[in-house]
Design a binder for this molecule. Structure first.
Ligand SMILES: Nc1ncnc2c1ncn2[C@@H]1O[C@H](COP(=O)(O)OP(=O)(O)O)[C@@H](O)[C@H]1O
Ligand SMILES: [Mg+2]
Length: 362
């Protein structure tokens, strides 16, 4: 069964450079947790710290409540699946899966039983005596998972294991990984730069920018209520309008921008006079049909991209503010021409004020 993993003010420094800085997160036992962030933001560094391949420069790591300082990677209750899988290509599937058990001196009969169970778990039935280099990409993936689970880890660390697979196989393996995690109850810590992967598989996601954990939340909160401009921009498409807060009304505020003043939600309770940024998802920008809607802008359509189920319309205001609108192809959308002037709107319920600044988007 899974164990919990706590990172307490963990930093990792290489010379003067911080690959991870003051990371605090408590990953629950049996949770599917993903660290999501662009290449180079420190994801692999965190996995190496948790697995014990290196020790943090500062801070503490606990697994199952136990301080891991001085506990080597070979005796931690963790197993790792590497980006390149690191299988033995000229060994059979069975021998690959049983490798860790053999190293640990588990007797042959017991080993065989465990390997059979795992072959069943990862759906590799009938391939036990094939060489790994004869397998398909998806099958190799399964061998790597089974081999890592063979030693009964409480925590499985996965370093972008699906990145080499084609799109279709990747989405199939996502569902399977999630399934295997549920069935085993092992804590999965998954790292990826692919937002879809993180959002679809995880109980919670930690979004990282350069060395920094920006937000930890469930996938829907990460998408619908990002707390920083970095998270809003890195996960999904977003519109961003900068301005000054000119009035506050309870949980709402009015932001004055060069393209007009807009009502927005103010979840971080910023004050009047502060500069801020409105964040709006393209699927919550609509054609303005009623003249007295919340926030109406007159725009010129710059570009129209019809994608079948929906159309993406790029707009610009007279003042040069860019805006993207995603219209569902539900039969009610009128024909829009490029270069046409149209009115669009967004509701104050879908417009969130965020603090300016923070990490620039990679
Ligand atoms: N052993 C090391 N020595 C020096 N710099 C390193 C070392 N390992 C990683 N880094 C640097 O730390 C940063 C984060 O790396 P990494 O954790 O591999 O990122 P990610 O997995 O998110 O792509 C990168 O800038 C990388 O060059
Ligand atoms: Mg990496």
């Amino acid at each position: 069964m899974g164990q919990d993993v706590e990172l307490l003010d963990v930093s990792m420094r290489f010379g003067e450079f911080y690959a991870a800085r003051n990371i605090n997160v408590h990953i629950q036992a049996g949770e599917f947790f993903s660290f999501l962030g662009p290449s180079g933001c420190g994801k692999t560094t965190l996995l190496r710290l948790i697995s014990g391949f290196m020790d943090p420069s500062e801070g503490q790591i606990k697994i199952g409540g136990k301080d891991m300082r001085g506990i080597g990677s070979n005796i931690r209750p963790t197993a790792m699946i590497f980006q390149n899988l690191a299988l033995f290509p000229l060994m059979t599937v069975e021998n690959n899966i049983g490798f860790g058990l053999e190293v640990r001196g588990v007797p042959k009969a017991k080993r065989k039983k465990k390997v059979e169970e795992l072959i069943e778990l990862v759906d590799l039935y009938g391939t036990g005596d094939r060489m790994v280099n004869e397998l398909s990409g998806g099958q190799m993936q399964r061998v790597a998972i089974a081999r890592a689970l063979a030693v009964n880890p409480a925590v499985l660390l996965l370093d972008e294991p699906l990145s080499a697979l084609d799109l279709r196989l990747r989405s199939q393996m996502r569902a399977e990984l999630r399934n295997i995690q549920r069935r085993t109850g092992v804590t999965f810590i998954y790292i990826t730069h692919d937002q879809t992967e993180a959002l679809t598989m995880s109980d919670r996601v930690g979004v990282m920018s350069i060395g920094k954990l920006e937000q930890v939340a469930t996938p829907d909160v990460i998408y619908n209520n990002p707390e920083t401009i970095f998270v809003a921009s890195f996960v999904g498409e977003s519109n961003i309008i900068q301005g000054d807060i000119i009035s506050i009304d309870g949980d709402y505020a009015v932001l004055k921008t060069t393209s007009g003043s807009f009502f927005c939600k103010n979840p971080q309770h910023m004050g009047q006079g502060e500069t801020a940024t409105i964040f709006i998802r393209p699927e919550t920008v609509f054609l303005a049909k009623e003249p007295n809607a919340d926030n109406v802008l007159t725009c010129r359509t710059k570009n129209l991209s019809f994608e079948g189920a929906y159309a993406v319309v790029t707009l610009t205001t007279e003042q040069g503010q860019l805006l993207t609108m995603r219209l569902n192809n539900d039969g009610t959308v009128p024909r829009i021409e490029e270069g046409e002037n149209i009115k669009v709107r967004f509701s104050r319920e879908n417009a969130f004020l965020l603090k300016n600044g923070g990490t620039p988007i990679a």
